[in-house]
Design a protein around this ligand. Structure first.
Ligand code: ADE
Length: 230
């Protein structure tokens, strides 16, 4: 898979993409991530990417020209499955979107800044708009990092059997059960007996029941998705 990211702040990605699972996925060749600075597609000597909003009001807008030049240039070299704009008013990212996106070959992510991007970019060049939650970030970069991480861990081969995404929370519409490690008794706080019993069947049953209980308590809508009305 290839993920191309358009941003005004490529350095923001270096920490998250150079560690742990995302780093390993790149090293093993499961994913190639390219960072492109939109400023490199400006045509004026000041490398301007933002301007005042027509109609007035506070906040700058990312200009249509450099962003479109950048998208068109990259599109001439790659056939993208989706061109995604990260925005608080996009569809809310969930595990099923991540699963779907992980099946793609080429994704282009556009990170906005300031007051947003010129609407004409959204209308004519973006195929999908995604939000990572109902709160406003300073830009799309952190959202692109979250999306990229959520998608990459689902690419077959990225996780080994032990860390398999199949046991992740949400993967089967359930939250994960509690987990414990050594020691079995820490200051009198004990690990549930069943996990020490060696009885695999009982352990599977206990984990499923705990998942169900946790989901009912914390995310009941996952069990009845039709009831999620806000
Ligand atoms: N840009 C700013 N806030 C965002 C959010 N919540 N999700 C995606 N992109 C954003």
């Amino acid at each position: 898979m290839k993920i191309d990211i358009l941003t005004l702040f490529p350095e923001m990605f270096l920490g998250p993409f150079n560690h742990s699972i995302v780093k390993r996925a790149q090293d093993k060749g499961h994913v190639v991530i390219n960072l492109y600075n939109i400023r490199d597609w400006t045509s004026d000597k000041h490398r301007t990417v933002d301007d005042y909003a027509y109609g007035g009001g506070a906040g700058m807008v990312m200009m249509v020209e450099p962003v479109v030049r950048c998208i068109e240039d990259l599109k001439s070299r790659t056939d993208y499955d989706e061109i995604i704009y990260l925005s608080p008013d996009g569809e809310l990212l969930d595990q099923s979107h991540s699963n779907q996106l992980s099946l793609n070959q080429n994704l282009l992510l556009l990170c906005g800044h300031y007051k947003g991007i010129d609407e004409r970019i959204r209308e004519h060049f973006i195929t999908r708009e995604i939000s990572i939650g109902d709160y406003v970030l300073s830009g799309g970069e952190l959202a692109a990092i979250v999306l990229t991480d959520a998608v990459i861990r689902l690419i077959p081969g990225v996780l080994n059997d032990e860390t398999s995404a199949l046991s992740d929370s949400f993967q089967d519409h359930l939250l994960s059960p509690p987990v414990y490690s050594r020691p079995a008794d820490f200051r009198g706080y004990k690990v549930p007996d069943v996990l020490l019993s060696g009885n695999d069947k009982e352990i599977v049953k206990w984990r499923f029941e705990e998942s169900l209980k946790r989901t009912q308590q914390r995310r009941p809508h996952l069990l009845n998705p039709d009831e999620l009305q806000v």
